[in-house]
Design a protein around this ligand. Structure first.
Ligand code: NAP
Length: 352
């Protein structure tokens, strides 16, 4: 099918996640990067001048785009990807939704809002049913759809088949999160090189509440959260890209390692997602090699959209233990938001 590419905007286009959007949009078959916006500090400059580009070569089509402020009167695209700092997202994203735009956001602000889908399309495409209630409650013609926290996204993908088959009762997790998760310039090199920082501000509460919403079910105008408890430890490690998390899981129903293995191998996610441009052929890859997954070797599998699972084994205290790893700025941020928007386009839910 040939289709005219839909013009889209990136808010916060100069940051770490914004740059990932710009990179992924350069060759996107459905979307065309038409507008870039950021703070007053960057507005008025060309994208090339405003941005300290982090990785590879800046796509040539983006270089000459003029950076604007994040105002719906200036930014006209119907689909808006937000990579904004949360302080700016609080007012900017509702203003765009009010102005009739579809906002696919990475910021934390609306993730736990009762009428905002916290979308990982392979797991919970059905949560888009909330959008009618969101529009009615807020009086918006547009909408906000949120991505989960990057480490929660990685854990949620790994746990989705286990939760569907056996029901999670209790989860313990400890993350090892890449430096690109802190944005740009992020963590000072002298703090992180050869080091581990056992604290990431505001991260553990997100991990302890987002997973239950992601794995929850639609109940009327809201999500009935999955009922399990999470204890999360978040650590920053000197890895460039790729958040790793170790997980110990206790289940509601009897589970064996072999049963969990079969559930993971059989899981393909919601069929509506298959074939979308950013959907990986294999959403979860299960490793048998006990030394995998590793960020350096596995993070770009499925163009950064496949989540890696390994070391699946019995846990003497809980039922199962395993490790999961995924690309934080692709699967956990820009790639995930692109997939969300693709699902909205494919299901005819993009405002005209
Ligand atoms: P970042 O590198 O610090 O970039 C922040 C962006 O927001 C920049 O483009 C900045 O523009 C813009 N901005 C800041 N204040 C603004 C204002 N008052 N008005 C308009 N624009 C403003 O951060 P990041 O890591 O890309 O993260 C972006 C968002 O994604 C955050 O909400 C973060 O929590 C979330 N997130 C990040 C990751 C990750 O792995 N990094 C993963 C998931 C979610 P200027 O350059 O003009 O200052």
């Amino acid at each position: 099918m040939t289709r005219t590419r839909i013009p889209v905007a990136v808010l916060g286009a100069t940051g770490a996640v914004g740059q990932t959007f710009v990179r992924l949009l350069a060759d996107h078959p459905w979307f065309e990067l038409a507008e870039v916006a950021a703070s007053e500090r960057s507005a008025g400059k060309s994208y090339a001048d405003a941005t300290r580009w982090i990785e590879g070569a800046m796509p040539s089509a983006a270089r000459g785009l003029r950076v604007t402020v994040c105002d719906p009167a200036t930014v006209r695209s119907a689909i808006v990807f937000s990579a904004l700092d949360s302080a700016a997202a609080e007012t900017v994203e509702p203003a765009f939704a009010q102005a009739g735009r579809l906002v696919a956001t990475n910021a934390k602000n609306f993730r736990m809002d009762a009428q905002t889908p916290l979308l990982i399309p392979e797991i919970n495409a059905s949560h888009l049913a909330l959008l009618a209630a969101q529009r009615a409650a807020r009086g918006w013609t547009g909408a906000i759809v949120a991505n989960a926290n990057c480490a929660a996204t990685v854990a949620g993908m790994a746990l989705a088949p286990i939760h569907a088959a056996f029901g999670i009762r209790t989860l313990f997790m400890a993350t090892m999160q890449a430096v690109s998760g802190a944005g740009y310039p992020g963590v000072p090199s002298l703090d992180i090189l050869g080091n581990v920082i056992p604290y990431i501000g505001d991260e553990e509460p997100k991990l302890e509440q987002e997973l239950q919403k992601i794995l929850g079910t639609v109940a009327g105008d809201a999500i009935r959260a999955a009922e399990f408890r999470v204890s999360a430890h978040a650590n920053r490690v000197p890895v460039e890209h790729g958040h790793t998390t170790v997980l110990s899981v206790q289940c509601e129903r009897p589970v064996t390692v072999e049963g969990a293995r079969e559930a993971i191998l059989a899981w393909r996610g919601d069929e509506q997602v298959r074939g979308l441009p950013s959907a990986p052929a294999i959403p979860l890859r299960l490793h048998d090699d006990p030394s995998r997954p590793q960020p350096r070797r596995d993070v770009m599998d499925g163009s950064g959209m496949t989540v890696q699972v390994g070391r699946l084994r019995a846990d003497p205290v809980f039922d199962l233990k395993l490790v999961a790893m995924g690309h934080n700025t692709i699967r956990g941020a820009a790639g995930g938001a692109l997939l969300n928007a693709e699902l909205l386009v494919a299901t005819g839910q993009v405002p005209g």
